[in-house]
Ligand binder design. Structure first.
Ligand SMILES: [Zn+2]
Ligand SMILES: [Zn+2]
Length: 130
């Protein structure tokens, strides 16, 4: 399973002359507090931006790492993989899990907490940051 995380675009790199580097360094020193404050604000904004998960959930960027390991996400992904609506609940349906086990839907949470499943997820979820 691969989850793609889109990062905010970085400014393109360009060659700076020594004089410009000096000037920018001085500018940074002079306005350090302000710049740090701006960067903090930027990070806060990024973290509070909504991320649209492939499972259909909308979560905050700051919660993505937690979300993709949550039962809710795994159940939804499993539904999608088996051609159902992401949010559908079929309590007694049997499911083939990616980890190689079979579990009953209503016991999904229990199954996702098993060591076998956890180990599988730990080794097979790839986060691709682009
Ligand atoms: Zn999700
Ligand atoms: Zn499993």
């Amino acid at each position: 399973m691969e989850v793609i995380i889109r990062q905010p675009k970085k400014e393109p790199k360009y060659n700076r002359s020594p004089a410009l580097i000096e000037a920018q360094k001085r500018y940074y020193e002079k306005h350090k507090d302000h710049i740090v404050e701006q960067q903090t604000k930027y990070n806060e904004t990024y973290n509070s931006t909504i991320f649209s998960c492939i499972c259909g959930c909308k979560v905050l960027n700051s919660s993505v790492y937690h979300h993709i390991r949550s039962t809710k996400h795994l159940v939804r992904m499993n539904n999608i993989a088996e051609g159902r609506l992401a949010g559908s609940k079929m309590a007694d349906t049997r499911h083939n899990c990616e980890c190689g086990s079979v579990y009953v839907y209503k016991n999904a949470e229990q199954h996702f907490r098993t060591q076998k499943h956890k180990n599988y997820m730990k080794n097979n979820i790839k986060l691709k940051v682009i």
